[in-house]
Design a protein. Structure first.
Length: 440
């Protein structure tokens, strides 16, 4: 009997770019530092802000808004260069304006409405095709009192690192998701502002899953909480219900924040991701092990107060990753939701192998042994890729012939590739039973 195992999609290591702190119009850093320092003055008078709370002397350089033109330039570059991932859409950024109320706010006496409309066009038409859009809770600054929709003295990423684990947490996430829904953007998951939820991860994961099912009827969302530099990345799956197709993925990033920092004044360095000789930096050893490489950046850092220096770092990192994989056979840019769905399918699909029934004899000319592989799943995914420990001459998926290809460069969904004593088979996995018939 042959052995079957699941590989990376199309034998390529997933790459993904996570962008945090993005929202229409607002430069989150500007308000975050202002509000944090005001909070500090009020609640801890005489105690200077910590480094993580931002540098007040930089504030005069930081503009309160980031233009839609820059978002369009950035998103078009990502589209042209095949960069995919996740991009936040904070629904009530710093409590300044609600995205689902047309952003009535004024900044410096100027109406933001036209800029807001331009931003939403960029979100829908240029960013969404390549990036999952998620809320990053409600304000990314103060916790909102949902009864009055006013800001409280608690912070989403300070006090709510250890959030209440009752309905308040679920209601909070439901509210964030509904605000995106109100502008026609059902989200694929959520992003934690800072370490929101970290001390109650089990309850947080459950709350995101419940909210996603409730708001979007989506039983397979993800959340982004962890950036880990000290261990190899994984894609933990929580609350899997195999028969019901329900689960939530934790997307764990392995590299960042080395573009322009969350502040937009702490410039990073492409070398920390991958050096020009492609040997050094955080990414090469992870790519070598073929584990998902999720990079993290912050929107104000790409903009870098109009100098766009963090964007330049991204361009350098991307060109080095192109050099690492010149023919596109080693890596695959994916949205974070696609990574979540792939790992769910990988872990939660039943696979069984049998020789074909004697009642269905091999067709004329097929003299080899016919093997049947049955996959049963409630977790669909694109580019599902199997390896068989035998050279195969002929492959059918649910009665359809797959095309044989002869190089990894040509290996795509609905093809198979024989390399020595192994065969790789790729197809889009659908809900239910999938029958593969192989002639060896
Ligand atoms: Zn953030």
């Amino acid at each position: 009997m042959i052995n079957v195992a699941v590989c990376n999609p199309l034998l390529r290591t997933p790459l993904s770019l996570i962008v945090d702190d993005s929202c229409p119009v607002i430069n989150l850093t500007y308000y975050w530092i202002h509000q944090r320092h005001a909070w500090k003055t009020q609640h801890q008078p005489g105690v200077p802000p910590d480094r993580w709370e931002g540098n007040a002397s930089q504030l005069k350089k930081i503009p309160p808004t980031i233009p839609a033109d820059f978002a369009a330039e950035w998103a078009e570059w990502c589209w042209e260069n095949g960069v995919k991932g996740k991009f936040s859409l904070i629904p009530y950024p710093a409590g300044i304006g609600r995205v689902d109320e047309g952003f009535p706010a004024e900044v410096g006496g100027k109406s933001l409405t036209l800029e807001y409309q331009a931003w939403m066009r960029v979100y829908r038409e240029l960013i969404w095709p390549s990036f999952d859009l998620t809320p990053e809770m409600l304000t990314h600054t103060a916790v909102v009192d949902l009864d009055t929709f006013t800001l409280t003295e608690e912070w989403e990423q300070v006090e709510w690192v250890d959030p209440p684990v009752d309905d308040r947490l679920t209601d909070y996430i439901i509210t964030a998701m509904e605000m995106l829904n109100n502008v026609g953007i059902p989200c694929e998951g959520v992003t934690s502002p800072g370490a929101f939820g970290k001390r109650q991860e089990a309850a947080y994961a459950k709350a995101v899953l419940t909210a996603s099912q409730h708001v979007n009827n989506d039983p397979r969302p993800f959340y982004f909480l962890w950036l880990k530099h000290d261990e190899l990345p994984d894609v933990p799956i929580w609350y899997a219900e195999k028969e019901n197709g329900i689960a939530i993925a934790s997307i764990v990033a392995c590299a960042g924040d080395w573009f322009g920092g969350w502040t937009g004044y702490d410039l990073g360095d492409a070398d920390r991701f991958i050096t020009a000789d492609l040997q050094g930096g955080r990414l090469p050893p992870i790519l070598e092990k073929e584990l998902p490489c999720v990079l993290v950046g912050h929107w104000p850092g790409f903009y870098f107060n109009g100098e766009k220096l963090g964007f330049d770092v991204l361009k350098t990192v991307k060109s080095r990753l192109n050099n690492y994989d010149p023919d596109g056979t080693k890596t695959l840019w994916m949205k974070t939701s696609e990574i979540g769905h792939y790992w769910m399918a990988r872990e939660l699909t039943n696979i069984s192998v049998s020789e074909r029934d004697a009642s269905c004899p091999p067709e004329k000319g097929d003299r080899g042994v016919v093997q049947k592989i049955t996959l049963s799943t409630q977790f669909p995914t694109a580019n599902f890729t199997l390896v068989i420990d035998a050279p195969v001459r002929h492959v059918q998926v649910n009665g359809w012939d797959l095309r044989e290809v002869y190089s990894r460069r040509d290996f795509q969904s609905n093809t198979f590739l024989v390399e020595g004593k192994q065969t790789f088979i790729a197809f889009d996995l659908e809900v239910g039973d999938t029958i593969l018939e192989l002639v060896t």
